[in-house]
Design a binder for this molecule. Structure first.
Ligand SMILES: Nc1ncnc2c1ncn2[C@@H]1O[C@H](COP(=O)(O)OP(=O)(O)OP(=O)(O)O)[C@@H](O)[C@H]1O
Ligand SMILES: [Mg+2]
Length: 448
């Protein structure tokens, strides 16, 4: 065991010499200090294990020293040397930081060495405890640091997972929607194709028939004229002429001949409508160029989409269009833009239908342009969207429709098409109980 160092601070050299005499044989090393003002520097230099402080010295009082040293080195044992037997001094010294006290005159050396040993051992224990506490504190900090690091890593992983889930949902949503788009497109294209051939030959036959019938009509008119001129001519059998006149009358020949023109006109109008529907169905699907962008007019998109969506709205809503006749064309994916307009119109129609109202609802479609963009507003007077749903409607799979009726992908994919694929904007404005308005904005002169 190393030798313990004792510092004795006392202005009386006799006392310190006495300490030296009996402490050195007892295994202590003694440092003497006779000037209280030097004491602090001496402690710093000698690093004693225990310090003896006389309470009454001329330069500075021992109480003051004890208080200062205790504050600076709380684990340094300070033993007061009290020349008096005043209990009050002892109590005061202990209060300001003394660990123990030794009474002058110094008589019982063994008792003093015991006091010193106990103080040193206590100080060691305190230091060990402090070290252990410091160690524990350090470990705790390390642990907390580690936990914080791991938590941050977990949070990061969790965020990445969420991102991945979102991306997966997005791509799933896109796949489903593309599938949907393709099937609607294919369906429309298929119907258009199927109709085209029979409509073609029916139309061609109709023209031939019209030609024949007009020929018959002019012939009949000639016969009738001739027949009229036979009245009263000798040799013409009266009974047969009258029978012919009766037959004409019963067949309503006059009416038929007159009605023919109207029938032809109506049928031609019908053929034109069928041809226009077939053309619009083909336009809507654009099967041949679904992946390409081209200059396209939003008015046309509305026109064609209304044909495809007609069955969805015709029993519940009236569609009113105010289309800007000078609307500029924009570069876009035609099939995708048609799909967005279809989604929004079908949503409006379904929302109105779900109200089960008495009369028809109204879907207003308007187009226009600014210097930067062309826009299309689709407004319905349906039930509106609840405020708490408004910020969710563009999320994938958000739907308020019963299972099997809505997948909750329509607006999500529409947003993706307009905002991400065309750098445009898709804005919703809805008041619950009043109706909903969607605005599509597509930048002008943008090649996507
Ligand atoms: N015009 C509207 N009026 C009222 N609510 C609407 C309207 N448009 C959309 N919504 C609400 O937004 C939800 C999400 O619409 P979205 O088109 O994304 O999905 P969906 O119509 O439910 O299903 P999907 O289009 O995939 O068949 C709808 O379920 C509905 O609650
Ligand atoms: Mg929808």
């Amino acid at each position: 065991m190393s030798v313990a160092t004792v510092m004795a601070i006392d202005d009386d050299p006799g006392i310190t010499a006495l300490f030296k005499r009996f402490l050195q044989p007892a295994g202590f090393k003694l440092c003497e200090c006779h000037h209280a003002l030097n004491a602090e520097a001496k402690i710093e230099e000698a690093l004693p294990d225990v310090v003896l402080v006389d309470l009454y010295m001329p330069e500075v009082s021992g109480f003051e020293l004890i208080e200062r040293f205790h504050e600076r080195w709380p684990d340094l044992p300070l033993i007061a040397i009290s020349g008096t037997d005043k209990v009050a001094d002892v109590v005061r010294a202990m209060r300001v930081g003394a660990w123990n006290f030794i009474e002058k005159p110094i008589l019982d050396f063994d008792a003093i060495t015991d006091i010193l040993r106990v103080a040193i051992s206590r100080a060691r224990k305190i230091r060990e405890k402090i070290r252990a506490e410091e160690y524990l504190h350090q470990q705790k900090e390390n642990l907390e640091h580690l936990v914080a690091e791991r938590s941050a890593a977990l949070v990061k992983t969790n965020r990445e997972l969420q991102e991945t889930i979102k991306k997966l949902q997005q791509s799933q949503s896109q796949m489903v929607q593309q599938e949907k788009l393709a099937s609607i497109g294919n369906l429309a294209a298929g119907i258009a194709h199927e109709l085209n051939t029979p409509v073609g030959f029916v139309f061609s036959n109709f023209h031939s028939m019209k030609d024949y019938i007009l020929k018959f009509r002019s012939l009949i008119e000639k016969y009738r004229d001739f027949h009229g001129r036979l009245v009263g001519v000798d040799g013409v059998p009266v009974a047969e002429r009258e029978a012919l006149a009766k037959l004409e009358e019963s067949l309503q020949l006059d009416f038929i001949l007159e009605d023919l023109d109207e029938l032809f006109a109506e049928s031609e109008d019908g053929f034109e409508r069928i041809t226009s529907i077939v053309t619009k169905l083909r336009e809507f699907s654009r099967v041949d160029q679904r992946d390409e962008t081209s200059l396209y007019c939003l008015n046309k998109a509305i026109d064609t989409t209304l044909v495809v969506a007609r069955n969805e709205y015709k029993y519940d809503a009236e569609v009113r269009t105010v289309l800007d006749p000078k609307l500029p064309e924009v570069y876009c994916h035609v099939g995708q833009i048609n799909q967005v307009i279809l989604n929004i119109i079908v949503n409006a129609a379904q929302a109105i239908k779900e109200q089960e109202r008495q009369g028809f609802g109204v879907i207003e479609i308007e187009t226009g342009a600014t210097r930067e963009c062309v826009w299309c507003r689709i407004k319905d007077d349906g039930p509106g969207i609840k405020p708490e749903h408004l910020n969710k409607i563009f999320e994938p799979f958000f739907t308020t429709k019963p299972p099997g009726r809505g997948t909750g992908l329509g607006l999500n994919i529409s947003y993706d098409i307009i905002v991400n694929k065309h750098q445009g904007e898709l804005i919703v404005d809805s008041e619950y109980g009043q109706g909903t308005e969607f605005t599509i904005q597509l930048p002008r002169c943008q090649v996507v």
